[in-house]
Design a protein around this ligand. Structure first.
Ligand code: HEC
Ligand code: HEC
Length: 460
């Protein structure tokens, strides 16, 4: 019955198309006053679902490829993290052909690295459970790397099982695990920012930071001081552009690692709105992870704002097509990030009644929706603000081309409450943040209203 119906529809469509071809303007006008509809009527293929299927298949493929890239693709950055910084040698330790004491699983977990339990064979899981695995031995770390179970880190091994290099992925900073097995060991949570990860301490394991010192134009002690100041959950994406390791007040210039979920529909990305998701993906893959790929942004030629980037021509990274390991992956990587939703706050993690009252305040007395438009929680359109508008200093804003801050779409905030709020964690608690807005905008909120707003934020 369906098949008959379909063939009738198709025949009708063909006839209509034929008629349209003969008397195009007249028939189109009669059938479809809306010009978009006219296209559908005059193209029989569009009614068979054929191209719809093409779209659905493409979508599934993009997401599968994007997940693979996000989790496992180093874009060839082993050339930096391994061959140049020699981090694999520091991890292996002298006893395993590397240098120094090596990095045991305990140490690795203590600097925030996570282990994907789904990558561990059942035998290894039971051995860990039975206490038969030595978590103080760097050799065990090498085994975990060989099993490809360290989230966001890939070791390269030669045929005799020796580690020869190491690379990192997006998942290094933007994934964590659910601790289902033990603290730091569990199922992957892509898009969740790893607020335990001490990137500075990990980079500082490198026995040879010469290349970083040279790019920044500073001595080894300065580089190591800057890295030591980062602390857990932070990374400084602008350091390699402007060479500013510390803020004027002497504190680290690194920002908190943001989540990479819940971003669909948001215009500009990063705390300071450098560009779209795909802009930033190319930026990070090439300029931060030091993967091999093309990257263009003439804004980085401004030698006053970006002395390091301008000197090193970071806005004009051009490789022969067969060496570009980034550009061909941008589409799938973008699609995957758009598909990662913000997780829902667990039951009991906020007070429902208070959050309901907070919702009314958010769009009412507190005027938060002047910027955080629901349900996006950022502006549809241009989502940037001058530092003075939100009552904060301009240090971090001035490190980006637009010199402004982007309205954070703060869904899923419960996943990254460690480290404080705003780009640099300047507000230790959500109440501090609400108090700031209360003063900045003369809101006259009562203590109860502030509490309601806090619960609303936690409920998003
Ligand atoms: C070493 C840690 C690190 C790695 C690796 C990393 N990022 Fe990030 N990411 C950050 C930090 C820090 C920021 C904030 C930068 C800023 O605002 O200046 C950020 C920002 C972002 C944002 C913007 C989020 C928002 O709220 O708009 C996206 C999207 C993102 N990263 C995706 C990626 C992808 C994709 C990769 C892999 C190609 C990647 N990141 C690799 C640390 C990292
Ligand atoms: C003038 C625009 C504007 C208004 C009004 C505004 N915000 Fe924001 N909001 C921002 C910007 C910009 C940021 C990012 C600041 C940063 O990271 O330095 C932000 C960040 C946030 C964050 C993210 C914190 C984090 O660390 O991820 C929360 C939560 C928030 N605002 C809540 C509110 C609440 C509640 C109100 C109303 C009382 C409000 N905002 C009013 C622009 C605004």
């Amino acid at each position: 019955m369906h098949r008959t119906l379909l063939s009738i529809v198709m025949t009708a469509a063909l006839l209509l198309a034929l008629a349209a071809a003969l008397r195009p303007n007249q028939l189109k006008a009669q059938l479809a006053p809306n010009p978009n509809d006219a296209v559908a009527v005059t193209r029989p293929g569009a009614q068979t679902g054929g191209f719809d299927r093409v779209i659905t298949t493409n979508n599934a493929q993009l997401i599968a490829q994007g997940r693979q890239i996000f989790r496992y693709d180093t874009f060839g950055d082993e050339a930096f993290w391994g061959d140049t910084l020699k981090l694999h040698q520091a991890i292996a330790g002298a006893a395993n052909g590397g240098v120094g004491p090596g990095v045991s699983p305990k140490t690795a977990l203590s600097v925030g690295l996570k282990v994907d339990m789904d990558a561990l064979p059942a035998a290894v899981v039971s051995a860990i459970k039975a206490g038969q695995v030595n978590l103080d031995d760097p050799k065990t770390t090498l085994t975990l790397l060989q099993l490809n179970s360290v989230v966001g880190v890939t070791g390269r091994f030669n045929s005799s099982g020796q580690i020869t290099s190491i690379g990192i992925q997006c998942a290094f900073c933007h994934s964590t695990v659910d601790d289902a097995f033990a603290s730091g060991i569990g199922h992957r949570l892509d898009g969740w920012s790893n607020r335990d990860l001490n990137v500075g301490a990990i980079v500082a394991l490198s026995p040879d930071l010469t290349v970083v010192n040279n790019v920044l134009g500073v001595d080894d002690a300065t580089t190591r001081k800057v890295l030591a100041a980062w602390g857990p959950g932070r990374f400084d994406a602008e350091l390699f552009m402007d060479g500013k390791g510390l803020r004027p007040d002497g504190k680290t210039a690194a920002t908190l690692i943001p989540p990479a979920f819940g971003l669909a529909g948001t215009n500009l990305h990063t705390y300071t709105g450098w560009g779209s998701i795909t802009y930033w993906n190319a930026f990070v893959a090439v300029l931060e992870m030091h993967g091999k790929g093309n990257f263009f942004d003439s804004r980085l030629d401004d030698a006053t704002q970006f002395p390091v980037a301008a000197r090193n021509r970071f806005g004009h990274v051009q490789l022969p097509e067969d060496q570009d390991l980034v550009t061909p992956k941008l589409g799938a990587l973008h699609a995957y990030q758009l598909s990662i939703p913000a997780p829902t706050p667990p039951d009991g993690s906020f007070d429902t009644a208070a959050a309901g009252r907070g919702d009314t305040l958010f769009g009412g007395k507190a005027h938060c929706t002047n910027c955080h438009v629901e349900p996006m929680l950022t502006e549809p359109g241009w989502n940037m603000h001058k530092p003075a508008e939100i009552g904060v200093d301009d240090f971090q804003a001035n490190r980006a081309p637009d010199k402004q801050y982007r309205t954070t779409p703060f869904h899923g905030l419960f996943t990254h409450m460690k480290g404080g709020f705003y780009h640099d964690g300047r507000f230790a608690t959500l109440l501090d943040l609400v108090n700031h807005y209360d003063t900045q905008f003369n809101l006259g909120l009562t203590a109860a209203e502030k509490n309601d707003l806090v619960e609303y934020i936690k409920a998003q």
